[in-house]
Design a protein around this ligand. Sequence first.
Ligand code: GLC
Ligand code: CA
Length: 558
Amino acid sequence: MIDKKNAEWWKSTVIYQIYPRSFKDSNGDGIGDLRGIIEKADYLAELGVGMVWLCPVYASPNDDNGYDVSDYYQINPEFGTMEDMEELSAELAKRGIKIMMDLVFNHTSDRHKWFIESRSSRDNPYRDFYIWKDPRADGSAPNNWRGYFNEPAWEYDETTGQYYLRLYTKSMPDLNWECRELREEVYKIIEWWADKGVAGFRMDTINTIGKDQRFPDAPEDAPDYVKGRPFFTNQPTMHDVLREMNERIFTPRSIVTVGECSASDIEETLLMVAEDRHELSMNHMFEHDELDFGPGGAWDIVPFTAAQLFDVIERWQTELPAGGGWNSWFWGNHDLPRPVSRFGNDGKYRERSAKLLAAIEFTILATPFVYQGEELGMTNAGFDSMEHYRDVDAFNYYKYAINEAGLSEEEALANLRYRSRDNARTPMQWDASEQAGFTDGTPWIEVNKNKDEINAEAQLADENSVFNFYKKAIALRAGTPALLFGDFVRIESGCEHAMVYERRFEDERVLVAVNMSDEPASLDKSIDFCGLEPVLDNALGPGNDLYRLEPWQAVIYK
Ligand code: GLC
Ligand code: CA
């Protein structure tokens, strides 16, 4: 069991995710940058976060906005310089905020020097850094795998007459983790950043770094979306690599790590995060995120219920700690729709449902990850034509939907409006000025039309704003051992769309009741509110019947 009293610092902090390109532009070129983040350091401190996870800021041709790295030792000039990076870390440190860097080591950019060498000849010393295979007899790809962005996973390279594997775009070749020299090069890079004082790493698509070395075909009737996934997810090589990294780098330097692990269940996750495995500190699990995936995957969008979500929460809250693992929680990130547009109601109940998501996030047993703009209740972009999109995944999906899946343009656009990653990448809404205070120039992606109604300036000044609710919930969690470490115990709520749970630690007891619906909820009369007082409520109003929750109401009792 987890030793609650001597728990590591990162179990009681809040981690704030920054997508630098969209956070704050300091020089008017329309692209967010490191000096922009420095300008907003006080804002982060005001919210009460203890760590910032920076999406990749390394040199990159930006085919996938920095997730295609061409030099891990350089800062992308669009974002600034290494001096800016050092200043950012000093400014954050002054405010008690640490930095978590994004490690992208499933693949590199095709303009990384390793790949330039690797593709140049079959006997180049870097050949083995990537995954090269001969064509089949008919010249076609080595197998039928498909990647994450609606394309086949293999790319033919004429120079040497072989295919290379790439689970993302053709300019993002997958690294070969079977190669010892590659491993050593990567460990050097991680150590180099750790020496700069980075306190944590988020490990991009870490559960796909190992590939089944037989490279078998996926069953023909498997859906197109990430076809062959079981052969390149959670393979033994991944565990081997993580243990090596942990032993050499993470444990000796007390570094916190979080893996990005879509399509990993509790059992698989425990193999990475159970304390006695010595691999990762925690993982981002995606079961709640995948509730609206149909049998065809992410773009086969299906409805889901609050009850399904509650079950996911309960299972992870109880089974992961029981297996010796620590949970993390997030509602959104730079790859996902805006949480309030997806799990809440971004119309009539936008503010209340945004606060409800905070009420859950900061009262469950987990390290919370807040993605920029969630603390303002920012919504999906609602782009109505392709010209507004910027993401390679959106373009690929659109092509696939029209040319291969037989959807109409309207259907494809409707799916993009719901699912596109650009929904979460529109600029932070700092104020109501023309570009929402994000830039003095032309932003690389359009500002959401609702910036007059939703922006930080207005919310900082309003005691009842979503921002101030986040701030209060973060402070409440930080000062309440039961919320940090108490077991999660679900209580029969008596209503399908309401969830009630308790957190206890020593003689402290906290009870949380949430209603995820446009309808009110009547709670089971056996719920024991004895000795408890409401400490945070997103819908304060007259009445105050303990057994009735208003639409999207969330109340925390202590
Ligand atoms: C992760 C990142 C995503 C990126 C992909 C490839 O899923 O979060 O933004 O496109 O990996 O690096
Ligand atoms: Ca800039």
